[in-house]
Design a protein around this ligand. Structure first.
Ligand SMILES: Cc1cc2nc3c(=O)[nH]c(=O)nc-3n(C[C@H](O)[C@H](O)[C@H](O)COP(=O)(O)O)c2cc1C
Length: 173
């Protein structure tokens, strides 16, 4: 199973829009992927699912994570790094069956100039710690507010080329 993770719980995020674009484009290339948005996390996650606790609501998400062999994280830049809710999610997931010796591709985005280069580096460190093998080609999309048309498709030619190349490599990874 392949799962795309939209790595913020911010309502109306560009991250979810980009994750949906990746899901649609991967399907056009013949790869069906599930989509998990961190907006689906239990509201009370920090009380109900950390340090050995497990809620029925999170258990469904845990089962999806356990069954996934290949992940694609779409990660926005928040204060020069990845969102705190993403780290809470990783901390809540069972170790080692969630990520150990599995595969991941990473996509960074921001409204600013840098497309979450630092946050993707920080998250790469977390991936290495949990033995999640990171695909070398990472994508960074800056000025995200200018990237989509009204249908939610990416517009700039270079962004289309780089994201397509990443998806083709991800399918083979
Ligand atoms: C808490 C927070 C911190 C942010 N910090 C940064 C930042 O450090 N650099 C940047 O370019 N954009 C920053 N942004 C703007 C996001 O990059 C922007 O909202 C973009 O659309 C991706 O986030 P989204 O998926 O929540 O929409 C921040 C947004 C939030 C909500």
């Amino acid at each position: 199973m392949v799962t795309i993770i939209a790595s913020t719980n911010r309502p109306g995020s560009s991250t979810l829009k980009l994750a949906k674009y990746y899901q649609k484009r991967l399907a056009q290339k013949g790869l069906e992927a599930n989509l998990l948005s961190l907006t689906e996390l239990p509201d009370n996650l920090i009380k109900t699912d950390l340090y050995g606790k497990r809620s029925a609501e999170f258990e469904k998400i845990q089962q999806q994570i356990t069954a996934t062999e290949k992940f694609l994280f779409v990660i926005p830049e928040y204060n020069g790094s990845f969102p705190g809710v993403l780290k809470v999610f990783i901390d809540a997931c069972s170790f080692p069956q969630s990520f150990y010796e599995k595969k991941v591709a990473l996509v960074g985005l921001s409204s600013g100039k840098y497309g979450n280069i630092r946050g993707i580096d920080h998250f790469t460190g977390v991936c290495h710690y949990v033995h999640l093998n990171v695909m070398p080609l990472k994508i960074h999309i800056s000025n995200i507010n200018k990237e989509f048309d009204e249908k939610g498709d990416l517009i700039p030619e270079d962004t289309l080329r780089f994201t397509d190349e990443q998806m083709d490599k991800f399918i083979k990874f």
